[in-house]
Design a protein around this ligand. Structure first.
Ligand SMILES: *Cc1c(COP(=O)(O)O)cnc(C)c1O
Length: 454
């Protein structure tokens, strides 16, 4: 680029930069996912520019936009547009007003486990039922902007454990952009499967696991020019980081003592930390919370690395888990996640299949409706509490990543005591009776007596 060109164009306020010390930079409208040395990129913002606005002004601006309808700022993601994707034209934003999911006090569950200041951030209360919408609105909007500028992108593609493909299919369909998804055959829930099918994506069910699908999508991205929508594309992280911004905003610009989040490919914990970094740097919060990542024992490469102080990382072959969205043995964002955990005095916990189902069931009995991944986070919380790391007086926010209705198969099997290898300590099987008053009455009184009277 000549000096003249540079002067005639406004300077970008955000760009891709390599994570290593080479500090290579790329424009956000370039099709690039990794640096010269093969490491992931991250989106870097012109923090000097953002710091020209004071913390109080940012808070006031963000608060004034929340839940309003001025396009596209009513979205939880786009209400923070300057921090997310500052240079995009509003007409290219593809949004379904994602974000602003509820953060609520889990009063009864918290009281039962002895942590009274316990909150749940229900990211699954979103268009496609998981937090993946937060990242996908950003990625698909950027693709729309690139296409409008003449970049040739035949389709957007992802490998998925279910929720990423649902989000990609929905946002691509809303934008009229072709989507291709690669799913591990038989390893995702019916609710997740029907979403990309209904939204008209090209859906491949491959005889492999998530990591095998990831390998295919990398090849079609590299060789056939389709745009890669997995979280190794750091645009998604920019949208997902708003979960941290929202939690701060919903707690009146404060931070809890602990944030607990389930992790698979580890993009989301990296995103959470990146949001907190910006809040701290720009002075909207001053307290640094601790972060805990929960993994399923069946898919625990981060947990194993944590046991060795992150000195060695070995990918594993993930075994089957009810927490199917985190059944990942070779997480793409491992390095970013380790950095994030180091900055936030992080810990990693793991949960067995039976622990996951029992904790979901126990929590559901208090009115929650947890997906298994949220169950993993709840088990992690219980273990931190047992180890004395989380004190009963501390404030804890558990990040619930998907809507429980996407994962009913394992819940149903649990309550009908048909989940292989699991005893079901809190089952609630259906009571099947003839329509006979006396029989119904006897059964009803017996059930009320045993369940609700101590
Ligand atoms: C994707 C997903 C996760 C894991 O997020 P990562 O960024 O892969 O760590 C957890 N829970 C649900 C429901 C998901 O869809």
């Amino acid at each position: 680029m000549s000096t003249d060109d540079r002067q005639s164009k406004p300077q970008p306020r955000a760009w891709f930069e390599s994570l290593d010390d080479s500090q290579e930079r790329y424009g956000l409208d370039e099709v690039v996912y990794t640096g010269q040395r093969g490491g992931l990129l991250q989106v870097v913002h012109d923090m000097g520019e953002l710091a020209k606005t004071s913390a109080e002004e940012w808070k006031a601006l963000f608060d004034s936009r929340a839940h309003r309808n001025q396009w596209p700022y009513g979205s939880g993601v786009w209400g923070k547009k300057e921090w997310v994707l500052p240079d995009i034209d509003n007409e290219n934003v593809v949004s379904m007003y994602e974000g602003h999911t509820n953060l609520f006090w889990a009063e009864r569950y918290g009281r039962e486990i002895g942590i009274e200041d316990l909150w749940l951030k229900l990211c699954g209360n979103s268009h496609t039922g998981s937090f993946k919408d937060l990242g996908m609105t950003v990625l698909v909007s950027q693709v729309k902007q690139m296409i409008s500028k003449g970049v040739s992108i035949p389709a957007v593609a992802c490998a998925s454990t279910g929720d990423t493909s649902a989000a990609l299919a929905a946002y691509a369909a809303a934008a009229g952009i072709p989507a291709v998804v690669f799913l591990p055959r038989g390893k995702i829930s019916l609710a997740q499967l029907i979403q990309p099918v209904a939204n008209g994506a090209v859906v491949f069910a491959l005889d492999t696991d998530f990591d095998g699908c990831m390998d295919i999508v990398r090849q079609v991205a590299e060789k056939d020019g389709v745009y890669l929508a997995n979280s190794m594309n750091s645009l998604r992280i920019e949208g997902q980081k708003t979960v941290g911004l929202e939690i701060a905003q919903q707690l009146d610009w404060s931070m809890p003592d602990w944030l607990i989040i389930p992790g698979g490919n580890l993009g989301n914990v990296s995103a959470l930390a990146k949001g907190l970094d910006m809040l701290l740097e720009l002075g909207l919060i001053s307290k640094r919370p601790r972060i805990c990542v929960g993994q399923a024992e069946a898919a625990n490469p981060l947990y194993l690395a944590y046991q060795r102080d992150f000195e060695v990382f070995e990918p594993i072959s993930a075994r089957t888990t009810v927490a199917s969205a985190i059944q990942i043995g070779n997480p793409v964002s491992y390095a970013k996640a380790v950095d994030a955990l180091r900055r936030y005095d992080g810990v990693v916990e793991q949960a067995t299949e039976s622990e996951i189902m029992e904790e979901c069931a126990r929590a559901d009995r208090t009115g929650l409706f947890n997906c298994p991944h949220t169950g993993v986070a709840l088990v992690a919380l219980r273990k931190l509490q047992e180890r004395g790391l989380v004190k009963n007086s501390e404030q804890v926010v558990v990040i619930s990543t998907a809507h429980g209705l996407k994962f009913v198969d394992s819940k149903l099997a649990y309550h009908s005591m048909k989940l292989e290898g699991i005893v079901s300590e809190h089952p609630n099987p259906l009571i099947e009776l003839p329509a006979d008053y006396q029989a119904v009455r006897d059964s009803m009184l017996r059930e009320i007596e045993t369940r609700f009277v101590d």
